[in-house]
Write a protein that binds this ligand. Sequence first.
Ligand SMILES: [Zn+2]
Length: 506
Amino acid sequence: MTLARTWSVGLAGVTGAMVEVEVDMSAGLPGVVLVGLPDAVVRQSVDRVRAAVVNTGAAWPMRRITIGLSPASMPKQGSGFDLALAAAVLAAAGTLPAEAADGLVLLGELGLDGSVRPVRGVLPAVLAAARAGHATVAVPAGNADEAALVAGVDVLAVATLGDLVDHLSGRTRLAPHVRGPLPPPAPAPDLADVVGQAAGRRAVEVAAAGGHHLYLTGPPGAGKTMLAERLPGLLPVLDEEAALEVTAIHSVAGTLPPGAPLVGRPPFEAPHHSATMAALVGGGSGAIRPGALCRAHRGVLFLDEAPEFPRATLDTLRQPLERGAVTISRAAGSATFPCRAQLVLAANPCPCASAAGDVACTCSPLERRRYRSRLSGPLLDRIDLRVELPPVTRAAWLAADVTPEPTATVAARVAAAREAAAARLRGTGLSLNSQVPGRLLRERWPLPRTALALAERALDRGLLSVRGLDRVLRVAWTLADLAGRRVPGGDDVAEALGMRLQRAAA
Ligand SMILES: [Zn+2]
């Protein structure tokens, strides 16, 4: 047998596509030719595979070896093809029975010593293999738990190339990997820790219930970061499909925590304002990696000190947030990642960031205005909730509730409100109040004039634009859903009006 083939999976973003690895051996000058759009890392694969084969104790065939990766038009990236290449070469050389490797899907990088190293993107790759009808995948032992999340596929956990050779030649068969129980999710920060911030606590509850983007301003120490960190805990736990989707992104990003193969809770990502565009949105050389925005998919993207982010960077976020997906193009190809994240921006009231609020501030009114205007209109336009947090004074802290409501209590209210909204929106393809276009909201669910009186007065006096009114209506519906009211009343509209920065012209 001089021709052998195995399978592997190539990834574009979080979408896997089957790659057929064919090896042909012929007489002629010994050497290796690799065809089929390999990137630099895949080209180096030949040297790794050769060293691994020899160090495993097998002979490297001294023939002319042609390795083809198909479909030829698809760019192949990364080191995950090593194992498939090695198995195909050994099968073509007759070291392994060719029929044993045929149909098997192999993922993994080879060390020179023959060890099989974990790679990124195993979950989406195994999902693709399962969809293509493959029954067995061989993966690095370090990725086996992740691979075993996919139902209906036998996972072979391979620690060394020698293990695979023994298995395929029938000497020592590997049993399909059985995944250990999922570890309990790491404890998340609880709202019970936030004392005396009634406005802030209310803001995150409303944001969670309606899926509204949130903009928090307030002096340092007002609890902006504490509140933002507690928002994911108020969101519903991810269902199985969502968890796999989020896990696939983190798998490609290489950010799956060790020992916890499944992301079951809404993620929280907080990139620093010095983060590059690639770190924030995605990119990088070689294989395209998802950035913080994509890793926050179905969770929360928190931008602390938002005015410090370069304006161009913030503007880049707007369109992906609206579309729920981002496409990143590089010379080597392009990749699309989902990014339906909830945005939380936080800002100090001014650049001097005086902890005492306005009292000790040394900034001129012009400096303050400039600082605020660094957040661009188009991005702020997408943010329904804009809440100004007062400084936490000792008196307010002492006067506050001694036992603030814990996350579990608030999350239950949020879940009920989300159910109410989803029931009302059934048939529209939407499920959250934040997703409802203003026009649909005004025409389909008009509010009684009495409830709107306050908002109309604000409109008349030029304090509110029509777009601003849409934002107020969306939030008013969420407030009604939280209170178990069928329709928002005047109080809901008044509270929604209050949940906007007075100084941010709408
Ligand atoms: Zn200042």
